[in-house]
Design a protein around this ligand. Structure first.
Ligand code: C2E
Ligand code: CA
Ligand code: CA
Length: 635
């Protein structure tokens, strides 16, 4: 803005200088030229005429030269004054050497006077004074001239008088115009200043809102810490610009924070988060770029020189000392750590830390884990599995195998357990240990379980035509069991496949009723009501509280393979096994041991009174036609 004003001022001064300059050069030329005929027509001898001409041309040249210099150095006042002094001196000398020809030198004097006035002041009043003095001179000498030589005198009088009058009028007009211009210019200047000021204000406002906006874009509104984006930006800068990778990312998510929110209110929850962030931020030599995502997940980085032990210890301190009002909270969190590495992408580092944190959550919370690639690959694979599963169900890629269940009283096949298999076109053979969990998490187990159940019932129907007492047990996931339409679907499938309810059984794991005992119990009772037996699967692996075993409508206890595995070499497991079998007996339940692989295991189990066994010792899970062949078979 200032620049523009300055430019305008410069331009204005140049125009002014140019105009004045041109007017005066023109004036000098005209005056000198009009002077010529006057000199030539005079009665002086030739030598004198030439002298006069020479003096006039010289004067004109000097004036022009002066003007040229003035134009160049228009701003230099003292130089301008010096030039005027020189010109004045020349005129004075002229007047002195030509004392009798005053009227001839008047022209030069007139030009000179006006020049001085214009250049020094540009003042109308001075111009009038100088102008009228000049006109006075001309009149006076013109009259004198008429007295000497009428024609010459009159010629001089009219031409010069007229010309100077014209020049005076023009100059006065010029000054008026200049004054107007100046006024306008000042006005514009003021306006421009105003504009400049308001623009500056606007600019300042824009800058401050811009800063606010930028701040809110990369900061969390609750705690004022960075948000994920701010964190990513800062980290990006550090890695890409400073080439600095000597740090690790620490991310933690509070465990069961939902309970705090639910029991103490969201306000308390927020207070806790704020306190946490403040505590972290106060240790800025330890935790850098403290940031928070929307929920209860916080993240920061730590320089490599600081050991993880120190960080975990500090966090522990912070977690157990959160005080809100009178209340003290002991917080637990799942912590994930990921190391920075060369050319790492920020998003990968955050993801790695997140994965590590999820791993901790998966494994029971309240701990910390370093990111490891295997876990990430597993998550990726789970994602893949889930994304292709529904289509695979439609394409019929899932089928059941059937593992014989052997009755130890007569060593013959008493039933089968249906075990699902997936022969994926895309991923090859996938085992249920892997995809059942994924299906349970994604909810696809409902769909899949339906297919398994239907196939198992068709098989049971076929098998029952050979052995009417055969029982095919079907594994039912907790999620499947607790799904609203489970019973209705089951009944429909029984009807569709025309299977007898005494030819099927459901295997249910403890997890089904641990989380939702009342609900699970209700559904299990309805299942029993339909006439379907229930096997309690994987007994002994979970949290098994014996206290409610008798409350549930269970027919068979399936003793988990992990018990069976160790009975050959540990007295303790044998004792445990005995007590489980005794427990089953006391509750009037049958017991079925899984994963029997050796004769020794079989002998022990038989000795303790276990009624049924399953395992590779007898058979692996078999394809339908193989399984059918086992009916009536004695091992
Ligand atoms: P589970 O219900 O405990 O099934 C027994 C598992 O042990 C089966 O593995 C079976 O093949 C295996 N097994 C049987 N005898 C032996 C043995 O002597 N030695 C060894 N090493 N293993 C033996 P599978 O078929 O891979 O199934 C694993 C788990 O996947 C099952 O454990 C069950 O929890 C789940 N699952 C399998 N099929 C289904 C299904 O149709 N529906 C549901 N919801 N879950 C299923
Ligand atoms: Ca089972
Ligand atoms: Ca089992």
């Amino acid at each position: 803005m200032k620049e523009i004003t300055r430019n305008l001022k410069d331009q204005y001064q140049t125009i002014r200088a140019n105009t004045i300059h041109q007017v005066f050069i023109l004036a000098i030329i005209i005056i000198t030229l009009t002077f010529f005929p006057a000199i030539l027509l005079s009665i002086y001898p030739l030598s004198y005429k030439l002298l006069l001409l020479g003096v006039n041309v010289g004067t004109a040249l000097i004036s022009t030269l002066g003007l040229v210099i003035i134009k160049k150095k228009i701003s230099d006042q003292s130089l301008r004054l010096r030039i005027y002094l020189i010109i004045s001196l020349i005129y004075i000398i002229m007047l002195t050497i030509l004392p009798t020809e005053k009227y001839l030198t008047t022209n030069g004097l007139a030009v000179y006077t006006m020049t001085v006035v214009i250049f020094l002041s540009l003042n109308k009043r001075y111009l009038y004074i100088a102008g009228f003095l000049t006109l006075g001179f001309i009149t006076y000498y013109g009259i004198l001239g008429v007295g000497q030589f009428v024609a010459l005198g009159l010629g001089y009088l009219f031409s010069n008088f007229g010309m100077y009058l014209l020049m005076l009028i023009t100059l006065v007009k010029g000054i008026d115009m200049y004054a107007q211009f100046e006024e306008l210019y000042q006005l514009q200047l003021l306006k421009m200043n105003d504009l400049h000021l308001s623009l500056r204000h606007l600019n300042e406002e824009i800058i401050s809102t811009d800063q606010e906006l930028k701040h809110s874009l990369i900061h969390d509104s609750l705690t004022g810490a960075l948000n994920w984006r701010g964190f990513a930006d800062a980290l990006e800068q550090r890695i890409a610009v400073d080439k600095n990778t000597d740090f690790y990312v620490v991310l933690f998510d509070l465990d069961n924070f939902m309970y705090i929110n639910n029991s103490f209110g969201y306000n308390t929850g927020d207070q806790i988060i704020i306190k946490l962030v403040n505590q972290l931020m106060s240790k800025h030599d330890l935790f850098e770029y403290v940031s928070r995502s929307d929920g209860d997940t916080l993240m920061f980085i730590v320089n490599h020189s600081i050991a993880k032990k120190v960080v975990l210890c500090q966090l522990e301190q912070i977690f157990k000392s959160i005080k809100i009002g009178e209340m003290e909270f002991r917080i637990k969190a799942s912590i994930g750590i990921s190391e920075a590495y060369e050319n790492a992408r920020t998003i990968d580092l955050i993801r790695n830390a997140e994965m590590a944190m999820h791993k901790v959550k998966d494994e029971g919370k309240g701990n910390y884990a370093d990111h490891d690639d295997a876990y990430i690959q597993m998550i990726d694979r789970q994602y893949k599995i889930s994304s292709i599963m529904s289509e695979a169900i439609e394409k019929g890629e899932f089928y059941n195998l059937y593992q014989p269940k052997v009755g130890l009283n007569n060593n013959s096949v008493d039933g089968f357990e249906a075990l699902v298999r997936w022969n994926s076109q895309e991923l090859g053979t996938i085992y249920p240990d892997e995809f059942i969990r994924v299906a349970e998490q994604s909810g696809q187990i409902i769909e899949l379980g339906q297919v398994i159940m239907k196939n198992a019932m068709i098989f049971a129907k076929n098998a029952s035509q050979i052995d009417a007492s055969i029982v095919v047990s079907i594994n039912i996931s907790a999620r499947q069991l607790l799904e609203e339409s489970f019973l209705v679907r089951t009944q429909k499938t029984i009807k569709d496949t025309d299977v007898a309810v005494n030819n099927i059984a459901f295997e249910i794991t403890e997890t089904a009723y641990i989380e939702n005992l009342d609900n699970a119990k209700r559904v299990m009772e309805r299942i029993k009501g339909l006439g379907i037996p229930i096997y309690l699967d994987d007994f002994g692996t979970g949290y098994s509280s014996l206290s409610y075993l008798h409350k549930l409508p269970i027919d068979v206890l399936k003793i988990d393979k992990s018990f069976v595995d160790t009975i050959g070499n540990s007295e303790q497991s044998r004792e445990l096994l005995v007590s489980v079998i005794m427990l089953a007996k006391s509750l009037k339940l049958s017991s079925c041991a899984e994963g029997v692989e050796t004769f020794e295991q079989l002998k022990i189990l038989k000795g303790y009174g276990c009624e049924y066994v399953q395992g590779y010792y007898f058979d692996k899970p078999l394809a339908e036609d193989e399984a059918i062949k086992r009916l009536g078979f004695k091992y």
